[in-house]
Each structure stands twice: as structure tokens, then as C-alpha cells.
Write a protein that binds this ligand. Structure first.
Ligand SMILES: Nc1nc2c([nH]c(=O)n2[C@H]2C[C@H](O)[C@@H](COP(=O)(O)OP(=O)(O)OP(=O)(O)O)O2)c(=O)[nH]1
Length: 132
């Protein structure tokens, strides 16, 4: 049976209403695909704390995680992901990449120009549809 992994990811916006997108590095799982930054929820951790911790670790900045924006279950070849995308706001510092290959801020209407991790497509679609 495939393992199910619970992952939280953040929608972080800047003053221009652009959204932070992160490119997974070649050596990461699901390589060379764009994602909303975040990571796995640890045992006993609530969603908001997990996301705030992951963003501090990965992007060296402080966020406040808010409500759930989109929740999706997607089956990859070797595991099942329960991806929970939360709205978040930047509290302190600037997102700085460590593990990722690239970080970009994109307007909603341009999100489709990236190759997203398949599990992220529902959240991307919801972001685009919301503002038409
Ligand atoms: N962070 C994140 N991971 C995603 C997204 N979409 C998606 O399919 N994934 C997958 C990629 C990975 O297989 C898994 C999350 O792993 P990760 O490598 O980001 O998390 P982590 O830092 O806690 O993992 P680890 O290296 O400590 O094991 O979920 C997304 O939007 N954000």
C-alpha cells in the first residue's frame, strides 16, 4: 500500500499581489517542478505551526499561517500526498532560497506559465478562477 504524506504549503503574497512560487531542485523529490513552499507535517503538529516552521527552515523568514485555501489528495507513483495549502502573510524578513533552485513572485494570471507539481494544480486553478 502507498504511504500517505501530509504536506502543508503557503500562499504568500507581496505588496503587488504577487504570489511566491518555488522551483524544486533536481535532487529533491518531485524534482524541477514548481510548488508553494512548505513541507511535511510532523506528528502532533498543527497545520499552522508546521507551515511556519517549514518556511523558517527553508526560506529563512517568518510567516503567520492563516486559513486553509485548498486541500487536495493526489496519488503519485510511489506515494499519496494530502496537500493542504494555507493562506499566509509575511511577518519578518524576505524569503531567501536554500534548498530550492529558484524563487519567483508571479501575478495570479501568470501562474499557469510554470510547470507545477501535479498535486498543486487544483490550488493554482482556484487562485486563477477566484480573480476572474
Ligand atoms: N512543500 C511542498 N511539497 C509539495 C508540494 N506539492 C507537492 O507535490 N509536494 C510534494 C513534494 C515532496 O514529495 C513532498 C514534500 O516534501 P518536502 O521535501 O517539501 O518536505 P520536507 O522538507 O518536510 O521533507 P524532508 O526533506 O524533510 O523529508 O510533497 C508543494 O506545493 N509544496
Amino acid at each position: 500500500m502507498k504511504k500517505t504524506v501530509k504536506v502543508v504549503a503557503a500562499i504568500i503574497k507581496n505588496q503587488n499581489e504577487e504570489i511566491l512560487c518555488a522551483l524544486r531542485a533536481p535532487e529533491m523529490a518531485i524534482p524541477n517542478m514548481w510548488e508553494f513552499p512548505g513541507g511535511k507535517v510532523e506528528e502532533g503538529e498543527d497545520l499552522q505551526s508546521a507551515l511556519e516552521r517549514e518556511i523558517q527552515e527553508e526560506l529563512s523568514c517568518e510567516i503567520k499561517a492563516h486559513d486553509v485555501f485548498n486541500e487536495t489528495v493526489h496519488e503519485y507513483d510511489n506515494f499519496i500526498i494530502h496537500l493542504i495549502v494555507l493562506n499566509a502573510s509575511l511577518i519578518n524578513g524576505n524569503p531567501t532560497k536554500s534548498e530550492h533552485s529558484k524563487l519567483v513572485w508571479l501575478k495570479r494570471e501568470n501562474l499557469k506559465s510554470l510547470v507545477w507539481a501535479p498535486a498543486d494544480i487544483p490550488a493554482v486553478n482556484q487562485l486563477i478562477e477566484e480573480k476572474v
